[in-house]
Design a protein around this ligand. Structure first.
Ligand code: ASP
Length: 291
């Protein structure tokens, strides 16, 4: 019996700086990617697999998302996340959510249990509570510095994100992204991560998750722009390269992971590094942070 083609990729953020040791995060990404591959091989849905991977990264404290998030300029953590289910073009997102362990799962619940796409701030927290999502408890004890970030960089616009894209054996695509945003950001700042079409996109042909200074990804409509270029005939790598070039032109940098309906995966960045991993039905797991 031949296995139907599937593919998976994740990123742990494009804020990686050369000379730093990301081996612990790389080990974690390898384990997660092997797990995601096994789930897809046994017929799991792309939507479930991307949520699973992002939940694990949020809870790990190794990346700037969930537990690894740093406070905004007012001294508390605000979380952004989104998820998109390609075959039905359904999407859910949360922004400026406080002290919930897994924002991406709240985003999925917004998609599945409300008529809305995004809930923000106090409303997002109230919704998470009514839905019984786990809360952080004691923020001061819970949040931790992620791998590769020093204490003195907390106000330094350091940033990071986690994301995952998948094609499952039924040909369905999904994407999810989650972040603590840029360190020291203004209270109420929303980056690209929860904005469908900027930080996250999935349809019947492609799934995309972005990382980098979010303002540039919003200004270029990055994720949807990749999808439109592919629809207009560009190759996946060409489309991602062009959008990253637009971002560079505006003064930004970052990275994009994408998978298409044929199982092609691209993980491209124009920052110093991007923590990333991929696997598919034909190839073994690939993990890297730099070139
Ligand atoms: N895109 C995220 C944000 O601007 C940060 C990152 O990906 O590093 O909130």
């Amino acid at each position: 019996m031949s296995i139907k083609r599937f593919a998976f990729a994740l990123h742990g953020g494009a804020g990686a700086r050369s000379g730093r040791d990301y081996s612990v995060a790389e080990y974690h990404m390898r384990e997660l990617t092997e797990n995601a591959r096994d789930r897809l091989a046994s017929g799991a849905r792309a939507l479930d697999v991307v949520e699973y991977a992002v939940v694990q990264m949020e809870s790990s404290g190794l990346y700037v998302a969930g537990r690894g998030s740093a406070p905004n300029s007012a001294g508390y953590v605000e979380l952004d996340a989104s998820i998109m289910d390609g075959p039905v073009s359904a999407a859910g997102a949360v922004s400026c959510l406080r002290d919930v362990v897994n924002p991406v799962s709240v985003a999925r619940r917004v998609m599945e249990a409300t008529p809305h796409v995004m809930l923000s701030g106090a409303g997002a927290l109230a919704f998470a509570r009514t839905q019984g999502f786990e809360e952080v408890g004691e923020p001061r004890k819970y949040y931790t510095l992620p791998i590769g970030v020093n204490e003195d960089e907390i106000a330094d616009q350091t940033h990071g994100t986690v994301g995952a894209v998948a094609l499952d054996a039924n040909g369905e695509l999904a994407a999810a992204t989650s972040t603590g945003g840029t360190f020291g950001k203004l209270e109420g700042r929303v980056g690209d991560t929860p904005i469908i079409g900027a930080g996250t996109w999935a349809d019947s042909e492609i799934a995309i998750s972005c990382t980098g200074t979010g303002e540039y990804f919003i200004r270029t409509g990055a994720a949807l722009s990749v999808a439109c270029r592919v629809r207009a005939g560009a190759s996946l790598s060409q489309a991602v390269d062009e959008v990253l070039a637009d971002i560079k032109h505006l003064g930004g940098d970052g990275g994009i992971i994408a998978v298409d309906a044929a199982g092609r995966v691209e993980m491209i960045y124009n920052s110093e590094g991007m923590k990333r991993a991929s696997a598919d039905s034909a190839n073994s797991v690939f993990v890297a942070t730099f070139d």
